[in-house]
Design a protein around this ligand. Sequence first.
Ligand code: HEC
Length: 166
Amino acid sequence: MKSSYLKISILALCSIFSVNSQAESKTHDKRPTAIELPSEIKSLLRQEMQQLQQGMQALLPAIVSGDNNKITAIAQKMQHSYIMKQKLTPKQMHVLHKNLPPAFIQLDQKFHGFAGMLAHVAEENKSELISFYFYKLTETCVECHRKYAQKRFPKLMPSIKHSGHH
Ligand code: HEC
């Protein structure tokens, strides 16, 4: 495993809201968490997320054209994501990290792990595994959003069955 320092950018930014959400998540179960962030943090988070999304969008043509060098480059960039790492000090990250709910840490690690694996299998020209890790990445985006970004992505809410139109 590489230094985790590079892997905590999302983690760092999200840790800020986790401080807020912690009390909630402790008292309760798996209930949906909607998160409020200070606006400057939210803006950084969104920038970072936009970059991740651009990474995902750039991956598809690279994958379907077999451009494994490009896949590796993009995936590595995603693995070591960018903005928060530049804006938060390692010390801040550390403090925030300590306040994160374990489930969030897991998701963040999972995400970076999959990005790293994608970079790796592309380097090794393992095509089937490339698709697999692309899928795993997508799944992890969705999983984290479903748990921690419900306000932004309300359609990801676990569906509540409505009996009809009222
Ligand atoms: C560990 C948690 C986590 C992971 C993993 C994650 N996200 Fe997010 N993402 C968030 C949160 C939290 C928000 C909501 C921010 C807000 O409140 O606006 C968000 C918001 C976004 C947004 C909206 C940004 C905006 O401008 O409003 C996009 C786009 C996005 N994510 C893309 C992705 C993509 C693509 C992936 C996977 C490659 C991904 N995210 C993985 C936590 C995560």
